[in-house]
Design a binder for this molecule. Sequence first.
Ligand SMILES: Cc1ncc(COP(=O)(O)O)c(C=O)c1O
Length: 411
Amino acid sequence: MNKSKFSIESETVHADHPINDPFGSHVMPIYQTSTFQFNSVEDGRKFFAHEEGGATHSYSRLGNPTVDRLETILAQLEGVGLPDNEDVSALAFSSGMAAISTTLIAIAKGKAIIAQPALYGCTGQFLKEEAPDLGIQTHFLDLNNLDALDKTLRENPEVRVIYAETIANPTMEVANISKIADLAEAHDVIFIVDNTFGTPYHIRPLEHGADVVVHSATKYLNGHGTLIGGAVVGRNTLLEEFGLATYRKNLGGVMSPFEAWLLLNGLKTFNLRMERHSENTMKVAEYLEQHDAVTNVFYPGLNSHPDYELASAIFEGGYGGVLSFELKGGFESGVQLMESVELCTLAVSLGTADTLIQHPASMTHSVMDEELRLQAGITDGLVRLAVGIEQIDDIIADLRQALAKTEPVMA
Ligand SMILES: Cc1ncc(COP(=O)(O)O)c(C=O)c1O
């Protein structure tokens, strides 16, 4: 990671400036090529022998200049607060799931993982269904229960990884990253944090002692809903120790140059977007909390949230852009709300400029066994809102008019 004399805010504004572009391009070009020409046999030989002075690239699955540029800025974003001697690098992947599965396979193969029960759906499914066939067992545990975590670590020496999400769906629980990191260090296990919801704008887990950060770059890093992408960030020595780049090369989940370029473009406004996302989300959370049609609002920025104090201690500049809430009217009200919004977009995902709304019980989780769904905290009236950067009065007015239709008596 190149330490800069400028702030990270300014670095991200310049995220897409090319380094040493032969034509002086202002914006990083998309190196849309599968392979690269060598100037000579010697040039190619040096590349493959990892010797200095030869070709810098050979084939885009092994590395691509547009993707390299993105990786530099991602490493800076997550590693900015670390001392100079802690060299951090990033690897971009074709999706968040490629980043997560490749990392877990590389680090935890033949070993065990301790993970929080409330995980992003596909991560949970991977750990429960595919990972055991790859020799990876998972203990699901509330990681903020530090005594239980310590006990499980003591009793299971085969554990190699603790896996957490900074903010977990749907109740927006916040991981106590520095405390979990202390235990991980004491037991010599690798602590991996999915920082998709937290984002490096609000929290940089490496600064709190985590070893590796993974991202769905599809979300806030891109910010415009135009791509699927992922990233892994960690200290060079650790990524090298587990051969992450080799796993990515051979499992093949690399990011394409065009996606990297879209991400570079999106990152220029990362700080502005995040500021607005979290400002708007706070206001929406406060609005919903006093609404008669709403029984519960889950947002760590509200002092009614069980993790408010923890979040306030570890987050900077707000609490992120996602909240969930429960409707008094249950399932029917959820469906009605989805049918009634006019500004909010009825869609899954998060981190787009526009506000996305979805009702898990009738949409994403409609085929799930009801008992399991309720166990996962996904009640009939639960709604998830990924608040966008529209004018706040418009978002609230849209929710007001839609909520009024959910139950006429509550209008
Ligand atoms: C917290 C979290 N992690 C990982 C992923 C997977 O990312 P992708 O869809 O980019 O593969 C998602 C997707 O929604 C997510 O919300």
